[in-house]
Design a protein around this ligand. Structure first.
Ligand SMILES: C[S@@+](CC[C@H](N)C(=O)[O-])C[C@H]1O[C@@H](n2cnc3c(N)ncnc32)[C@H](O)[C@@H]1O
Length: 295
C-alpha cells in the first residue's frame, strides 16, 4: 500500500525529480533515546542520517528504516565510518545562518555565548545581546510561510504551526534557560554550523531496511521490538497513515515496549506527555515518550 506522506518524495520541495540526501546529521537529541531505552531489547528507529541508530547500537540491536533510499544509503555509509555529507536540510540551516551578521550576531559574540555553562547567565546574554528586535524581525520574516514556500512543499508547511519563527524563538529561549551551551553540540551546530560529532556505532548491530516504517514493521515478526523511535515522520502524513503505523507498531511491539515520537507541531493539549524541552536541539514542539499500550 502506498504510504500517504510527503516524505515519500525524498525531497523537501514540491519539484518533481529524484530523491535527495536531506539530512547529513540529525537534529534530534538521541541521548534521550539512550536513557529511555536503557535495559530494553531490540530497537526500531528511523535511519535519517544514522546518528540515533549509531548511538543506540552501542547498547541494543537496531533496525533502522528509511522511506528515502538515498538517505538510507547515506546512513549505512555513515555507520560504516564514512564522513558526514551535507543534505538539503543542512543547506537550509546554513542559508539561515548566512543572515546572522545582518542582525548584529558576530562570530565573536556567538563564541562568547556558546562558551557559557550557566543557564541563567545564558538567558541574560540571549535577551540582552542576541534576541534583538532586528533578529526577531529577520527570523520571523525568513520563517514566514511565503518565504518557506520557496523551499518546502505545501504538505510540510501545513505541519508547521502558524508564526513558526516566533514559536521557534520561544523554544530556543526555553532550551537556553535549561541546557548549558558549552556542552550542547546542537546549539553549536545551529549558531556556528559546527558539525555534531558522529556517535561511535557498533555497525554490525544495525540492520538497515528500505521502505516506510509501517510497511517495514508489517513484515517483522510480532513482538520483535522493545523500543521504537520514529523521528517526526508523522509531520505532514495523512491520518490514515498514522492509524496504519500505530497498528503496525502494536503488532511488532513487546508488551512493555516504549515509543518515542517528535513533532514540529505545538502540543495539542497540556495533558499530553511532552518532553520536548529535554531535547537539546531545541527545535521540537512535541517529544512524546509513551508505552505502546497507551498508543
Ligand atoms: C522525518 S525526517 C526528519 C529529520 C529528523 N528530524 C532529523 O533530525 O534527522 C527523518 C527521516 O525520516 C524519513 N521518513 C519520513 N517518513 C518516513 C516513513 N513513513 N517511514 C520511514 N522513514 C520515513 C525521511 O526520509 C528522513 O530521512
Amino acid at each position: 500500500m502506498n504510504p500517504d506522506t510527503p516524505w515519500q518524495a525524498g525531497r523537501l520541495d514540491a519539484a518533481p525529480g529524484p530523491q535527495r540526501l536531506l539530512f547529513g546529521q540529525m537534529y534530534e537529541d538521541a541521548e534521550i533515546e539512550r536513557e529511555t531505552f536503557r535495559g530494553l531489547g531490540r530497537i526500531f528507529c528511523i535511519a535519517s542520517a544514522g546518528d540515533t541508530a549509531m548511538l543506540l547500537s552501542q547498547e541494543h540491536e537496531v533496525l533502522a528504516c528509511d522511506i528515502n533510499p538515498v538517505q538510507l544509503a547515506y546512513a549505512r555509509r555513515h555507520a560504516n565510518g564514512a564522513p558526514r555529507e551535507t543534505g538539503d536540510a543542512d543547506r537550509a540551516m546554513r542559508f539561515l545562518r548566512s543572515f546572522a551578521p545582518l542582525t548584529g550576531w558576530t562570530k565573536q559574540r556567538l563564541e562568547r555565548f556558546l562558551g557559557l555553562s550557566d543557564p541563567a547567565e545564558q538567558l541574560q546574554f540571549w535577551r540582552d545581546q542576541l534576541d534583538t528586535a532586528r533578529f526577531r524581525a529577520g527570523f520571523n520574516l525568513i520563517l514566514s510561510r511565503p518565504m518557506l514556500r520557496v523551499m518546502y512543499s505545501q504538505q510540510f508547511l501545513l505541519a508547521l504551526p502558524p508564526h513558526f519563527g516566533s514559536i521557534l524563538r520561544g523554544r530556543f529561549e526555553k532550551g537556553i534557560a535549561r541546557h548549558p551551551n558549552a556542552a550542547n553540540p546542537y546549539i553549536h551546530a545551529h549558531l556556528l554550523g559546527i558539525p555534531i560529532e558522529s556517535p561511535k556505532p557498533v555497525a554490525t548491530d544495525i540492520e538497515f531496511a528500505a521502505g516506510d516504517a509501517a510497511s517495514v514493521l508489517e513484515t517483522c515478526a510480532p513482538g520483535s521490538f522493545a523500543g521504537f523511535t520514529l523521528s517526526n515522520i508523522l509531520d505532514g502524513a495523512a491520518q490514515s497513515y498514522r492509524h496504519r503505523l500505530i497498528r503496525a507498531i502494536r503488532r511488532a511491539a513487546t508488551s512493555n515496549a516504549v515509543v518515542v515520537l517528535r513533532s514540529f507541531a505545538e502540543p495539542a493539549n497540556s495533558g499530553d506527555t511532552n518532553d520536548a524541552e529535554r531535547d537539546r536541539s531545541m527545535l521540537w514542539g512535541v517529544l512524546d515518550i509513551r508505552s505502546v499500550n497507551s498508543l
